[in-house]
Design a protein around this ligand. Sequence first.
Ligand SMILES: Cc1cc2nc3c(=O)[nH]c(=O)nc-3n(C[C@H](O)[C@H](O)[C@H](O)COP(=O)(O)OP(=O)(O)OC[C@H]3O[C@@H](n4cnc5c(N)ncnc54)[C@H](O)[C@@H]3O)c2cc1C
Length: 486
Amino acid sequence: MKVTELTATSKNQSSANRALKRRLPGRLFNDKDSRFHASLDNLRLSCLPNAVIRVQEAADVGVVLQLATRYGIPVTSRGAGSSATGSAVPLKGGWALDLSGLNQVVIDPVARIATVGAGVVTADLQAQVEARGLFFPPDPSSKKYSTIGGNIACNAGGMRCVKYGVTRDYVLGLQGYLADGSPFQFGLPLKKYVSGLNLRDLLIGSEGTLGVITEANLKLISKPEKRWTGMFAFKSEAAALKTVVALFKDGVNPSILEFLDRQSVGCAEQYTGKPIFEGQARSAILLVELDGRPAEVREQRKKLLALMENRTAAHREARTETQAEKLWQVRRTCSQSMFSLADTKLNEDVVVPLEKQAELVRYTLALKKEIGLATPTFGHAGDGNLHVHIMYNRDSEADAERAKAGIHKLMQKVVELGGVITGEHGIGLAKSPFMSIQHSAAEIAAMRAVKKALDPLGILNPGKIFDAFEVWDHEPVDVRLPWDHR
Ligand SMILES: Cc1cc2nc3c(=O)[nH]c(=O)nc-3n(C[C@H](O)[C@H](O)[C@H](O)COP(=O)(O)OP(=O)(O)OC[C@H]3O[C@@H](n4cnc5c(N)ncnc54)[C@H](O)[C@@H]3O)c2cc1C
């Protein structure tokens, strides 16, 4: 079965635009800048929508989808457009649906639930929640820009997932509209809910292909009273990653557990002009955060330091927030400094079982030799989610061929190790060629059947997830996005 895909003809697109302007005056923008801005995300492939619809209230979405159904217009939802995979790119044109205007937040401190518009920026929600002594843990590195709707649609993760889980673990209810414009309410602002099939969880991570989310009820927890951060150097990647397994065996419960391989650390050291640990240049590193009540953090720190004693070559502890910030700066520097290796970074977000991480990193080193391109790797070692990067120069055809081959090999290896091709970023366009490595034909057919049932005309975000799209055949645009620091 193939999901029907729409490409609006210019005739019905013009009629649809006229109808939309009548029903929702002032919402449709088809100037060059608005269309270009909504044409891309962090993958930097640009497909122009015919027009951008800026939603002002939730009910607008119902009207947009009714008209899209009537006229056969593709609709691609977008929050901040920070997706790493092209999932927010309006591949088939039509309308880009900008939900960033839905930015209301209501916090119920008694029920510990926030009711949040899809366009609320993640960090803004966290600041409001923390001002009340509460906590919304999901923390993608893009949190200063990304929206809650986008986080839910991608089931975003971040550094704190190791202790607190991913976005899905905090979603109680979702409100929004199905492809034909009918409203839905899957779940409620309640901690318990087992009525009917759980379509709420089906929508989480569906990348805007099954419905448009306008509002979410999010679970909040108590804000941890204390935090402690430590950084540990190791002679090899294997030593660091074996320590990750040992640490959990010993009952250490970190709130963050990040790993940096020696290639990444080497880049950061070259960038800053000094070793991170004096006398231990180019070590592999683990960054650990503990949080909770002061007594709990004290007890966990003791356990952690005892375990590290014979394993680490050097370590450093943060005694103040400023010192902790300095340690986290090391992680951020690694990411930026990789561009000394080549001008283009492929950032994968694969996951393998904890005890297979050392084997995966060994493989990235073998791959580096085989394809002749650097493969710096860092990431969320506490949940097996490693960002393997392949660095290449965009203008070199030979480099690009080797990078493309390298990514395919990497994905094969990840699946062989019992892992998954994406743990945070989703499929979008970039990972679509690897769906058949991860999933059987029967699994993909079941997913397509769900898509067909909820979106029979294929209006919502067509061309994503299921149809293999070759990003290598398309030239990325040279554009500076809000999160670019280079
Ligand atoms: C610098 C940087 C760091 C990042 N770090 C992380 C990280 O640590 N962890 C992580 O998980 N991801 C990370 N990402 C990826 C990205 O930020 C996340 O996927 C984020 O959740 C996307 O949010 P957004 O508002 O930008 O969504 P968009 O990019 O606008 O959209 C993403 C997808 O969600 C759909 N969508 C958006 N809003 C809605 C809605 N209301 N209803 C239905 N569908 C919708 C879109 O159609 C699209 O398919 C990072 C990206 C960047 C650029």
